[in-house]
Design a protein around this ligand. Sequence first.
Ligand SMILES: [Zn+2]
Ligand SMILES: [Zn+2]
Ligand SMILES: [Zn+2]
Length: 253
Amino acid sequence: MRLSFLGTGAAGGVPLWGCECAICTRARVDTSVRRQPNCALLEAGKTRLLIDAGVMDVAERFPPGALDAVLVTHFHADHVQGLFHLRWGKGALDVYAPHDSEGCADLYKSPGPLKFTHLSKFEKRELGEVSITAVPLVHSKPTLGYCIEHEGARLAYLSDCRELPPATLEFLQRWQPHTLCLDCTFPPGADQPRNHFDLLETVALAQHFPESEMVLMHIGHKLDAWLQDRPDALPAGMKLAYDGETLICIGVP
Ligand SMILES: [Zn+2]
Ligand SMILES: [Zn+2]
Ligand SMILES: [Zn+2]
């Protein structure tokens, strides 16, 4: 099972519009350190799933038939904005998402080829060669993480969240992901609205999963800046995701 990160940034991406911090200034010149909003491609056997659609060129990257389905974590714009372009096209694309009566703008009203299926908490589905289980997360909109299994390899994709409901934590501890991709928007102690994990919280959570590879995503410019000054701050077994990077999750041989 392969997970390719197309966008690993928080809502505004990196560089953040109008920000003159060192990270954003560098990212305007050095495109390799840019972060687009949240989006990843999961490939397992012949199955290809897009997880969130924060990048704006989904229509160009994935012509009709290139994807089996899209898994939407929630309807904040930075996770679905790439879907808006597809609505005027032809064909059909399955989109799995949480129950959210509001959705995002007029996505429900004019879905075009997008065929929405709303998943309940802990609902399990077989999609092509993978099975997915939708797990609830605590965020400012109804939000699901996705626990994805293929040939014994288990990958959890948890964005966005500020805390895990106890039932989700219990599920994950039973399920034991080999790879756990987790929202980490802020550096430790950030005085931001508490709608996302910061690094202290992700490190605390990682202690529940000593066997898992922890991969941090949905990263804000302030976390990049904080880590640039502290290159050894991440504990063993934890790393940042980067746009364009591909993870291989093979489970235990
Ligand atoms: Zn987000
Ligand atoms: Zn900045
Ligand atoms: Zn969000």
